[in-house]
Design a protein around this ligand. Structure first.
Ligand SMILES: NC(=O)c1ccc[n+]([C@@H]2O[C@H](COP(=O)([O-])OP(=O)(O)OC[C@H]3O[C@@H](n4cnc5c(N)ncnc54)[C@H](OP(=O)(O)O)[C@@H]3O)[C@@H](O)[C@H]2O)c1
Length: 249
C-alpha cells in the first residue's frame, strides 16, 4: 500500500513507542516525514532507523520550541503539510499524597499546553483537507486516583480536538483523537515505574482486556495511519479507542 506517497507528515514524539511505530508505518507507505524527539540517543537511533526522515530535537515542554517547530515545518514542507500527529507525551502515576505543583506543571506543559499551542501554530501550514491527530488515554473516564493529573490533561485533549475540529472544518481539515489503552512502550519507565511493577501492572491489565493482551505500538500506529489517511476524509471530531475492548466494559 502506498497511501502516503508524496504526503508530508509531521509527528511529535516519534523517537520511541507509538510515534516511532507510526513513523515506520508511514515511511513504509511512502510518506516524507518530519519527526521530533527529546532524548539525544533516541533521536540518533531514529535517524539510523529512518534515514530518509528529518529528525529534530524539540522539547514540547518549552513554549519557545514551538517557533522552532514551525520553522522546521516550513522548511520541510514549503507547500504545506498533509498531516500532523501531536503524539509526544509524558505520564507519571502518583498517589494523591505525592501530587505537587511541579507534577501538575510537567504534565500540563507536555500533555496539554504543547499540543494546543502546536495545533494552533501549525494550522496555517496544514493544507486544506489535511489531517490533525491528537492522542488521548484510556485512563480518562476511569476513577484511579494515581492517574488524576495525567488523565485530566488527556481529558483536555478530547475537548481540544472537538474545538479544533469545529474551527478548522471550513478548511476541510479533520481533527481527531486516537486513544490507546495500555500499550507496551517505554512510557511507564519514563514515568518512573520500576520493571517489576510494570510487569505486574501489564499482566493485571492484560487479564482485564477482552482481547486478552495489552497493546503493541503497531496496534495504535495502524489506527493513527487510518486517521491520517484519505480513508478518514469524512471523520472529524472523533475519538477512536485502541484498547482491545477494555473501555467498552
Ligand atoms: N503507552 C501507553 O500505555 C499509552 C497509553 C495511552 C496514551 N499514551 C500516549 O501515547 C503517546 C506516546 O507515548 P508512548 O507510549 O509511545 O511513550 P514513549 O515510548 O515514552 O514515547 C514518548 C515520545 O514522546 C517524546 N517526548 C517525551 N517528552 C517529550 C518532550 N518534553 N518533548 C518532546 N518529545 C517528548 C519521546 O521522545 P524521546 O524518546 O526522544 O525522549 C518519545 O518519542 C503519549 O502522548 C502518551 O500519553 C500512551
Amino acid at each position: 500500500m502506498n497511501r502516503f506517497q508524496d504526503r508530508k507528515i509531521l509527528i511529535t514524539g516519534a523517537t520511541s513507542g507509538i510515534g516511532k511505530a507510526t513513523a515506520e508505518r508511514l515511511a513504509r507507505e511512502g510518506a516524507s516525514l518530519l519527526l521530533t524527539g527529546h532524548s539525544p540517543d533516541h533521536i540518533e537511533a531514529t535517524r539510523q532507523a529512518l534515514p530518509d526522515a528529518k529528525v529534530i530535537a524539540n522539547d514540547a515542554a518549552k513554549i519557545e520550541a514551538i517557533d522552532d517547530l514551525v520553522a522546521a515545518a516550513k522548511d520541510f514542507a514549503p507547500d504545506g503539510l498533509d498531516g500532523v500527529f501531536l503524539n509526544a507525551g509524558y505520564g507519571s502515576f502518583r498517589d494523591l499524597s505525592e501530587i505537587d505543583p511541579g507534577h501538575i506543571e510537567k504534565h500540563f506543559d507536555i500533555d496539554l499546553r504543547a499540543p494546543i499551542l502546536q495545533a494552533k501554530a501549525l494550522e496555517p501550514l496544514v493544507k486544506d483537507g489535511g489531517k490533525m491527530l491528537l492522542i488521548g488515554s484510556g485512563t480518562v473516564g476511569g476513577n484511579r486516583p494515581d492517574t488524576l493529573v495525567y488523565s485530566a490533561m488527556k481529558a483536555g485533549i478530547r475537548q481540544a480536538a472537538r474545538s479544533f475540529a469545529s474551527e478548522y472544518a471550513s478548511r476541510g481539515i479533520c481533527v481527531n483523537v486516537v486513544t490507546p489503552g495500555l500499550t507496551d512502550t517505554g512510557f511507564h519507565t519514563r514515568g518512573g515505574m520500576g520493571e517489576e511493577e510494570q510487569k505486574q501492572y501489564k499482566n493485571k491489565v492484560a487479564g482485564m482486556v477482552p482481547l486478552g493482551r495489552i497493546g503493541e505500538p503497531e496496534d495504535v500506529a495502524g489506527v493513527a495511519c487510518f486517521l491520517l489517511s484519505d480513508d478518514a476524509n469524512y471523520v472529524t471530531g472523533a475519538e477512536l479507542r485502541v484498547d482491545g475492548g477494555l473501555t467498552m466494559l
